[in-house]
Design a binder for this molecule. Structure first.
Ligand code: FES
Ligand code: MG
Length: 556
C-alpha cells in the first residue's frame, strides 16, 4: 500500500500496479550540461515506448557531468555520477532501466553504475548537434573553438564575428558533433551492444532520434522479460569489439580510461596492452574531425556505426557473436547495414588511415604502468625523438611562463607537465596538450613532444604522451625527472624512457616527498583517497565489480 498510494498522487491509476515491469528512465538532463539539456524530451519518447510494450515508465534525474562548465574537471565527478546512478537504480523498485546520457563523462558514468547493479539496461545517448555552419564552412565543436580563439587573439576575427561564430557552431541541441569523447563513447556504447544499432549517430534534433528512443523504451520491457542483463552483454569479446571500433572511428584517447573502468565493473580483465595489441590490424575508416574533415551529421547519413561494424566484420576484425540489447548478435544487427558513399566512412580496401596509426601504448622506466599516445594526432617526425626535459610541476606553472620570450626551450625540448593525474590535480583534467611556448610558435615550430599524467580532450592534437602511470603525485617516475634529463620517445618500439641511470633515479626517489594532502574532507577527499591510476580506469577501488540488485531489507 505504501508503495502504491503515494504514486497515485501523480495520477497513475491502480491498474498500473498489476505487476508489469517498472522501468526507470535515468535522465542526466540539466541546463548546466548543455549537451544533455534536451534529454527530457528524449525521455518522453522512451516513455511512449515503455507504455506501448506494457511497462510502467518512471523518469528520474541523475547528476550531469557537463564538460564545459564543471571545475576543476568533469572527470573528477564521473565516479560520483556512477555511484549515484548505481544507488538510485538499486534503491528504487525497478525491473529495468533506460540510461539517457550525452556529454563525455555521462555515458561511461551511466554504464559503470548500471553494470554494477546488473538489472536489464539499455542506453540512449542524446545525439550530436547538427554540423556547425559558419560562412559556408562546416565547423566542429571543440576543434574550431580553439581555432576561433587563436583568430581572435591574432586579430583575424573581431569579437562580434566570434559571438556570431559561437552560435553557428552550436546551432541545435546535442553533444559535440566532432569525433570527440562524447561521440566516441556514444559509438562505443553501441559497439559494446548496450544501445540500439544506429542510435549513436542520429543528430539530437532528428526525428529518428526520438524513434530510436521510443524503440529503446519498447525493447527494455522485453529485456526484462528475457532477463537480458549487462553482465550477459558486457563480455570480454564485447570489449574487444569496442576497442577495435574505437580505432576504426578514430576515437578519443579518453575511451581507454572509460572502457577500462566499465570493464572493471563487470570483472572483465581489460589491460592497457589490449588497446594496442587488438588494434594493430585495424585501420581508421571514419574521416571525422579532429583527425579528418567531416562531422557526426555526415557520419549519420553515411550509415553510422552499423556501416563501420559491418565493414570490420567483413574483414574479420570484429566478433560477430556477442549478444546485444536487441537480443540479437552483433552480426545479426549489422546484416543489412549500408555504407553510403566512400568519403565519410571508408572501406577496408582504401581506408582513411592505415592500420597501426591510432592509439599506441608505451612502456618504459618513465611509465612502468603505461602511457598512451594518439599517433594520428601527432607529428610523424616526433614519434621517435630524444630531447632534454623541461619540467613543470603543474599546468599552471607552465602557463605562467609559456609566453616568456626568454624561456629556456627549443624545438627539441620535451615539455614535462606533472601533477595533473587522477590524485594529483585531482581529477585528471584535459590539460596535457598545452600550447607551445610563444617564442617557438613565432619561430614557426608547430609541434613538440609533451608528456603528462593528465588527459587530452578528444578534440585535441599534438605529439602528446598522456595518462602516464603511475602519476607523479603517487611517486611515479615522472616525479623524479629533472630539467635537462634526456627523454627518449620511440613510438614504433612502444617505449618511453628517461636516459638516467637506475642508481641516480633510486637516489632521487629517496629524496622524493609525497605532496601534502590538500583535501581533508568532502567528496574530493574521498576521491583522492580511493581513485585508482589511469591504467586501471581511474575508478574508485571500492567500486570495482558488480554488487547486484538485491536489497536485503525493506524501508517500512
Ligand atoms: Fe559536452 Fe563536448 S562538451 S559533448
Ligand atoms: Mg572533452
Amino acid at each position: 500500500m505504501v508503495y502504491r498510494s503515494w504514486m497515485r498522487n501523480q495520477g497513475f491509476g491502480h491498474e498500473v500496479f498489476d505487476g508489469r515491469p517498472v522501468i526507470g528512465i535515468a535522465t542526466s538532463a540539466s541546463e548546466l550540461a548543455p549537451c544533455n539539456a534536451h534529454l527530457t524530451r528524449v525521455a518522453e519518447a522512451v516513455k511512449r515506448g515503455v507504455w506501448q510494450a506494457g511497462g510502467f515508465p518512471l523518469q528520474f534525474p541523475t547528476m550531469a557531468t557537463g564538460e564545459t562548465l564543471m571545475r576543476p574537471t568533469a572527470m573528477l565527478y564521473r565516479n560520483l555520477m556512477a555511484m549515484e546512478v548505481e544507488e538510485l537504480i538499486r534503491a528504487n523498485p525497478l525491473d529495468g532501466v533506460v540510461l539517457l546520457s550525452g556529454c563525455d563523462k555521462t555515458t561511461p558514468a551511466m554504464l559503470m553504475g548500471a553494470a554494477s547493479v546488473d538489472l536489464p539496461a539499455v542506453m540512449v545517448t542524446g545525439g550530436p548537434m547538427l554540423n556547425g555552419k559558419y560562412r559556408g564552412q562546416d565547423v566542429g565543436s571543440g576543434t574550431h573553438v580553439w581555432k576561433f580563439e587563436e583568430d581572435l587573439k591574432t586579430g583575424r576575427m573581431t569579437e562580434e564575428e566570434c559571438f556570431f561564430a559561437e552560435g553557428c557552431m552550436a546551432r541545435s541541441n546535442g553533444h559535440c558533433m566532432t569525433m570527440g569523447t562524447a561521440s566516441t563513447m556514444a559509438c562505443l556504447a553501441e559497439a559494446l551492444g548496450m544501445q540500439l544499432p544506429g542510435s549513436a549517430a542520429w543528430p539530437a534534433v532528428d526525428s529518428r532520434r526520438m524513434e530510436t528512443a521510443q524503440a529503446a523504451g519498447q525493447r527494455i520491457v522485453r529485456m526484462v522479460e528475457e532477463d537480458l542483463r549487462p553482465s550477459h552483454i558486457l563480455t570480454r569479446e564485447a570489449f574487444e569489439n569496442a576497442v577495435r571500433v574505437n580505432a576504426a572511428i578514430g576515437g578519443s584517447t579518453n575511451a581507454v580510461i572509460h572502457l577500462t573502468a566499465i570493464a572493471g565493473r563487470v570483472g572483465v580483465d581489460l589491460d592497457l596492452r589490449d588497446f594496442d595489441d587488438l588494434v594493430r590490424a585495424v585501420p581508421t575508416l571514419v574521416n571525422l574531425m579532429p583527425s579528418g574533415k567531416y562531422l557526426m551529421e555526415d557520419f549519420c547519413y553515411a550509415g553510422g556505426l552499423p556501416a563501420v561494424m559491418a565493414e570490420l566484420l567483413r574483414g574479420g576484425l570484429l566478433h560477430g557473436d556477442p549478444v546485444t540489447v536487441t537480443g540479437r548478435t552483433v552480426a545479426e544487427n549489422t546484416e543489412h547495414a549500408e555504407r553510403v558513399g566512400t568519403d565519410v566512412i571508408t572501406g577496408l580496401d582504401a581506408p582513411f588511415q592505415p592500420a597501426g596509426t591510432g592509439i599506441a601504448v608505451l612502456r618504459g622506466n618513465l611509465c612502468p604502468d603505461g602511457a598512451v599516445i594518439k599517433q594520428s594526432a601527432a607529428s610523424p617526425h616526433l614519434l621517435t625523438h630524444r630531447g632534454p626535459a623541461r619540467v613543470f610541476d603543474s599546468p599552471e606553472s607552465y602557463h605562467e611562463v609559456a609566453d616568456d620570450p626568454d624561456l629556456d626551450v627549443d624545438e627539441n625540448t620535451v615539455i614535462v607537465i606533472r601533477n595533473a593525474g587522477p590524485k594529483g590535480y585531482p581529477g585528471m583534467p584535459e590539460v596535457s596538450n598545452v600550447p607551445l611556448p610563444a617564442k617557438l610558435l613565432k619561430a614557426g615550430v608547430t609541434d613538440m613532444v609533451r608528456i603528462c599524467d593528465g588527459r587530452m580532450s578528444g578534440t585535441g592534437y599534438g605529439t602528446v604522451v598522456l595518462h602516464v602511470a603511475p602519476e607523479a603525485a603517487v611517486g611515479g617516475p615522472l616525479a623524479l625527472v629533472r630539467d635537462g634529463d634526456p627523454v627518449v620517445l620511440d613510438v614504433p618500439r612502444r617505449t618511453l624512457r628517461l636516459d638516467v641511470d637506475d642508481a641516480e633515479l633510486a637516489r632521487r626517489r629517496q629524496e622524493w616527498k609525497a605532496p601534502a594532502e590538500r583535501h581533508t574532507g568532502g567528496y574530493t577527499w574521498l576521491y583522492t583517497q580511493h581513485v585508482e591510476q589511469a591504467d586501471r580506469g581511474a575508478d574508485f577501488g571500492f567500486l570495482r565489480g558488480s554488487r547486484g540488485h538485491e536489497v536485503p531489507r525493506d524501508s517500512h
